[in-house]
Write a protein that binds this ligand. Structure first.
Ligand SMILES: Cc1ncc(COP(=O)(O)O)c(C=O)c1O
Length: 344
């Protein structure tokens, strides 16, 4: 029998553009952004620069390309980049730091995905003719693989101070920096202050079909424009996509607290279940640990999908569920109750 509903909690990237967003895209004023500029893209870049508190920003087709452009510019060949061991830049970007920038990663293990200045100091390579020099730090906030963990502002500020003291560049992978800001009741610019560059996504949590931006100084963004072109990311009538971003900033940024509340609802409804233990979410990502002895992510996923709840595996006994603009409070309550029944 087909499931009563299908609630897709695999990621906050599964969202479909709303009717209003599609209309804004269809009506966007456009130009050739490689030749002489696209006016809607320019407006989006200016909005993002202002929101993030940087001089300039640049629109990219993907977060990976924006991250890799930043690292390419910050990390000299044959040097190292220090980052958290389960960062998106380490796990999911096809070894771009090595393959594109020609730099090596120095991964730091943390108990909860939150790097600290103390952990970075400990991991910092000694100055030696036999050891590669460190040229950049990268921080992810919120941290995806750690279940949407927020880096608290004081921790971030200590990392900024350390990067400044040691003269290395600091990149912020802020795919979900919006969520980090909302969770701390801060403006995105406060969460990003002090970074040499900031990547933000529009296609995660904000409901856009495509798009990320890189923000930084005017000089850095000028250089990033050249690298984006080299990576094949310069687009023509990109205003159609940028219009979705502007629409999302106007309509979807202000509702992220609902996603956080829905994630808490999911975790609360599953708390105390004999076979699944939800980790307490900071933002819109809930990790679900299977405590039932014979249960594995691979064995329960298809059963959950048949019952109408889609989630992804995040380890042999861990599932990830992400709340987003296309799932309501009622959908999440239904999904939690369905998970509880299926895993009973
Ligand atoms: C933290 C983080 N950084 C970067 C990316 C890459 O973004 P994209 O899929 O747009 O390339 C993702 C994607 O999920 C992410 O979660």
């Amino acid at each position: 029998m087909p499931a009563e509903r299908i609630i897709d909690l695999r990621s906050d990237t599964v969202t479909r553009p709303s009717a209003g967003m599609r209309r804004a895209m269809a009506e966007a004023e456009v130009g050739d952004d490689v030749l002489d500029g696209d006016p809607t893209t320019r407006r989006l870049e200016e909005r993002i620069a202002e929101l993030i508190g940087c001089e300039a920003a640049l629109f990219f087709p993907s977060g990976v390309q924006a991250n890799q452009t930043a690292i390419w510019l910050h990390a000299e060949r044959g040097t190292e980049v220090l980052l958290e061991a389960t960062a998106h830049l380490v796990l999911y970007e096809m070894a771009g730091i090595a393959g594109l920038a020609g730099a090596q990663i120095r991964p730091v293990r943390t108990p909860d995905g939150v790097l600290t200045a103390a952990l970075l100091r400990e991991a910092w390579p000694a100055a030696s003719p036999h050891v590669p020099r460190l040229s950049a730090l990268a921080v992810e906030n919120t941290h995806n693989a750690a279940g949407g963990r927020v880096m608290p502002l004081p921790v971030w500020e200590e990392i900024v101070a350390l990067a400044t003291e040691r003269g290395v560049r600091l990149h912020l992978d802020g795919a979900r920096v919006w969520h980090a800001a909302v969770a701390q009741d801060l403006a995105p610019a406060q969460v990003a202050r002090g970074a040499s560059s900031v990547m933000v996504s529009l296609s995660k949590g904000l409901g856009c079909p495509v798009g990320s931006c890189l923000a930084g100084s005017a000089a850095f963004i000028g250089a990033a424009r050249e690298v984006r072109r080299r990576f094949g990311g310069a687009m023509r009538q990109s205003g159609i996509l940028a219009a979705a971003g502007l629409y999302a900033l106007d309509h979807n940024l202000g509702r992220l607290a609902e996603d956080h509340a829905n994630a808490r609802l999911l975790a609360e409804r599953l708390a105390g279940h004999p076979n699944v233990r939800p980790l307490s979410p900071d933002t819109n990502i809930v990790m679900l640990d299977l405590t039932g002895e014979a249960m594995t992510a691979d064995s329960v996923l298809p059963v959950l999908a048949d019952a109408g709840v889609r989630v992804v595996p995040f380890g042999p006994k861990r599932l990830r569920a992400v709340t987003h603009v296309d799932v309501s409070h009622d959908d999440v309550r239904w999904a939690a109750d369905t998970i509880a029944q299926v895993l009973a």
